[in-house]
Ligand binder design. Structure first.
Ligand code: C5P
Length: 427
């Protein structure tokens, strides 16, 4: 490689730390500059001097070391890094990272940096399988943290199972290989809707749906990874915002419509992943609706169709809709593509452990005159493929041919974690 990548290597407390000096060498052989930062627990396994010897830089470990801070303060160090790699990442460090803690130098750097973060977990197999650890890893992945490993095999504790840190060579090759979609949407503005909407009936009740927002947030993370400026307008969800993504929280379809139209002027691509209510109550009762006899009549009116309103604009971005279908997926989606005048639609069958409120998805992506099947996988992988398809279909700014013939890089190696189980379209 020609460009030097400035890597901040975080080493946390686990026996796999003995492999990390080799990782430093492997990264440096590939042209990277490496600054090692150790936690206190890591120093119980290996000394800072070992890292200084291989990296050629003093190892940092103390947030309160005034001499080191005078040379390069922690904020400066956080800015210096083009990539933060935590290897090994212990269960405790993963929990601290997920919790947004800043209780030592490495944790502080992780929340002070805008660089992508990659973790290589290493721990006993039961600790890895623990629900708390898995929930923390899910939180980090939803924020855009890349998780490499762990591998399965013999563990230092004598057990056999998933929890071994990836080998240094595999880690070095993976982090220095750019993500397959890197640069595909550089400089473009992407506006995304995500999650459900909530339509109030009275001060305590509302109509909503089962959308978790995970797919929309995965699309936001993948668009960001592809170099876009990303804004997500989200209904009520319990999800962390992916790193580098601007988030606008709304509740109802009306609020989502207003937020989208406030920002659509700058958007090059609009992706409507939200499960927006089709109907909203005509009036919202000021007082709690009282029980009166056996039945209550609710009068509902159509909610604003946000994606259609964008597609109807004279100067519009590239518009991508979603369609969750229970039957005849392709036919229904194709007619929605036409009726709403979309540039692309991503359709999925609801049920069978995919789509709503689950981790996996599979899509049939349709556009006028074309189609692509995205096979079942974690939502972030499906989102990355969708972003690739969008980039292929985007009209070029200068009238040159579409990018549909661009060479795709081979997909990055699957994480062994893979489930413990201005380019506006003028019309
Ligand atoms: O017609 P249907 O609701 O199935 O269309 C789904 C697509 O339309 C999704 O992209 C969804 O985000 C969008 N939509 C919208 N506003 C609505 C209803 C759906 O933007 N009120």
């Amino acid at each position: 490689m020609t460009v030097k990548t400035r890597i901040l290597l975080g080493v946390t407390g686990g026996i796999a730390a003995y492999k990390s000096p080799d990782l430093v060498r492997r990264l440096m052989e590939r042209g990277a500059e490496v600054q090692v930062v150790m936690t206190a627990a890591a120093q119980k396994f290996i000394t800072p001097m070992s890292f200084q010897a291989v990296s050629g830089r003093p190892t940092r470990s103390d947030l309160w070391d005034s001499a080191a801070e005078a040379a390069m303060g922690h904020i400066e160090l956080a800015r210096w890094a083009q990539l933060v790699l935590i290897a090994p990442a212990s269960a405790d460090f993963i929990a601290r990272l997920a919790g947004g803690r800043a209780d030592d130098l490495l944790a502080t750097l992780c929340i002070a940096t805008e660089a992508p973060i990659v973790i290589a977990p290493a721990m006993n197999r039961v600790m890895w399988a623990n629900k708390a650890t898995q929930a923390n890893v899910d939180t980090l992945m939803a924020r855009g943290v890349r998780v490499l490993g762990p591998a399965s095999g013999n563990q230092a504790c004598g057990e056999i199972g998933a929890g071994r840190m990836w080998e240094p060579l595999q880690l070095a090759e993976s982090v220095l290989e750019p993500p397959a979609n890197a640069g595909l949407l550089t400089g473009l503005n992407v506006l995304i809707t995500a999650g459900p909407t909530r339509e109030r009936l009275d001060p305590v009740r509302y109509l909503t749906n089962r959308s978790s927002g995970k797919m929309g947030f995965a699309v936001a993370a993948a668009a960001r990874e592809a170099g876009a400026h990303v804004t997500v307008v989200s209904g009520p969800v319990h999800l962390p915002t992916p790193t580098g993504v601007t988030r606008i929280d709304v509740e109802s379809a009306r609020e989502m419509y207003a937020a989208v139209h406030r920002h659509i002027g700058e958007a090059d691509v609009f992706i409507a992943a939200a499960a927006v209510a089709d109907f909203q109550p005509v009036t919202v009762a000021k007082q709690k609706i009282k029980k009166q006899g056996v039945s209550v009549k609710l009068e509902l009116e159509p909610a604003p169709d946000i994606v259609k309103s964008v597609a109807d604009m004279a100067k519009r971005p590239f518009v991508v809709g979603f369609a969750a279908e229970t039957d005849n997926v392709e036919d229904n989606a194709r007619s929605k593509l036409k009726r709403k005048k979309l540039d692309m639609i991503a359709a999925n069958q609801v049920g069978d452990g995919i789509a709503f409120d689950c981790e996996d998805n599979a899509l049939t992506v349709l556009w006028p005159g074309g189609k692509s099947e995205v096979t079942r996988g974690p939502k972030i992988d499906v989102a990355r493929t969708l972003i690739g398809l969008i980039a292929d279909r985007l009209p070029p700014p200068d009238g040159s041919p579409r990018r549909g013939t661009r060479k795709r890089r081979p997909p990055p190696p699957a994480d062994s974690r893979a489930r413990l189980r201005s380019r506006r379209v003028r019309r």
